[in-house]
Write a protein that binds this ligand. Sequence first.
Ligand SMILES: [Zn+2]
Length: 199
Amino acid sequence: MYPRIVQDLIELAENLLPGVGRRQATRFIFGLLKRNPSDIIRFGSLIKSLPDEVAFCPQCFRIHDNAKTLCAICGDTKRDQKTIAIVEKESDVTALEKMKTFQGVYHVLGELMPLLENKKGLNSTMLEALKNRIKEKEIKEIIFALPTTPEGDITTAFLEKKLAKNGLKMTRLARGLSSGTDIEYADPETLRQSFELRK
Ligand SMILES: [Zn+2]
């Protein structure tokens, strides 16, 4: 048995970090123990300040500086606030911003629908937030920029059904992106083309 604190940390790392199993969590914590004490303290204090320093934008769910209400993109009046690209995660926004051509705004789902439990649908709070945003902000176009994977496809199909209403255009990125592509890793030129050719 390891000391209690080490045991607790391993369990926390396993439960809190996505994609990390028991063996990997054990390796992380033991790796950390070998570091300089000042690095461990810095790591711990940064994690401690996360809840106070960072928040999710209440409109698009990107992470941003807690000081402002809306994130920089949602608060930018020069951007087209009526066109929303729906993405899976924060790093996809970064990839799409690298195209430098998209002038609309984003909505970060934070998850895709799991393939094997597709009856479960998407997190209902997120779905409601998206529906309200479309209504309140009089959104004109939704662009599905989800990964070209089975999970991405069923999530897009689910949302197309749930969000359909008169006057709302819904488009998908053109399939210049090969299947299995994560938006985050697509090259900017291919992304730009699939955006322009969206239908
Ligand atoms: Zn935002």
